[in-house]
Write a protein that binds this ligand. Structure first.
Ligand code: IMP
Ligand code: MG
Length: 174
C-alpha cells in the first residue's frame, strides 16, 4: 500500500513556535541554569532546536522509556530503557517531549523524576493531543495542540520512519 505524508504544520510554523518557546523559557529562567531532559527518540529534534534558542545557561541529558505491553500498559507503568547519566538533584529541570497523547508515559516519568529531588521540574512538549488524555499531566510549555490524528516528523515516527522530516505531517494511505 502506497503512503504519503500530508503537511499539518510547516517547517516555518514549527520553527516560529520553537523560537517563541525558547524566548519564554529564557525569560522564565532568567538568572538560572536549565537542565533539559530529552525523552528519546522523539524529543531529540525538538530539544536540539529549542536548546539553540535558550539564552540562559543550558545543560542536558537523555532518557529512553518504553511502555510495557498488554495489561500493565493501562496501569501507566513504563520501563526505563536508558536512564539519565547525571543526577538532577537541586537542578531546574525541563522535560522535553515530542507529543503527549494519553499522558501515561509523562505522568509516570514526572513522578519518578520528582522523587530524585530537582529544584524544579517542568514539562515542555512540541505537540499535545488533549482529546486523547487518560491521565492528567500539567504541561508548562506547549507548542501546538492538535486533533486526534497520528502525526510524524520532527522526531516523531511511524514504524521508525519519518523522524527526519523538518515538518509535522499526517501519514495517509493511497
Ligand atoms: P502517551 O502520552 O503515554 O500515550 O504516549 C506518548 C508517546 O506515544 C509519544 O512520546 C510518542 O512516542 C507516541 N505517540 C503518541 N502519539 C503519536 C503520534 O501521533 N505520532 C507518533 N508517535 C506518537
Ligand atoms: Mg516520545
Amino acid at each position: 500500500m502506497a503512503e504519503h505524508v500530508r503537511v499539518m504544520l510547516t517547517e516555518e510554523e514549527v520553527d516560529a513556535k520553537i523560537n517563541e518557546i525558547g524566548r519564554q523559557i529564557s525569560k522564565d529562567y532568567e538568572g538560572r541554569q536549565v537542565h533539559l531532559i530529552c525523552v528519546l527518540k522523539g524529543g531529540s529534534f525538538f530539544m536540539c532546536e529549542l536548546a539553540k534558542r535558550i539564552t540562559v545557561p543550558v545543560s542536558f541529558d537523555f532518557m529512553s522509556v518504553s511502555s510495557y505491553g498488554g495489561d500493565t500498559k493501562s496501569s501507566g507503568v513504563v520501563k526505563i530503557v536508558k536512564d539519565l547519566d547525571e543526577s538532577i538533584k537541586d537542578k531546574d529541570v525541563i522535560v522535553i517531549e515530542d507529543i503527549i497523547d494519553s499522558g501515561r508515559t509523562l505522568s509516570y516519568l514526572l513522578e519518578l523524576l520528582e522523587q530524585r529531588g530537582p529544584k524544579s521540574l517542568a514539562l515542555c512538549t512540541l505537540l499535545d493531543k488533549p482529546e486523547r488524555r487518560v491521565v492528567d499531566v500539567k504541561v508548562d510549555y506547549t507548542g501546538f495542540q492538535i486533533p486526534d490524528e497520528f502525526v510524524v516528523g520532527y522526531g516523531l515516527d511511524y514504524d521508525q520512519r519519518y523522524r527526519n522530516l523538518p515538518y509535522i505531517g499526517i501519514v495517509e494511505f493511497d
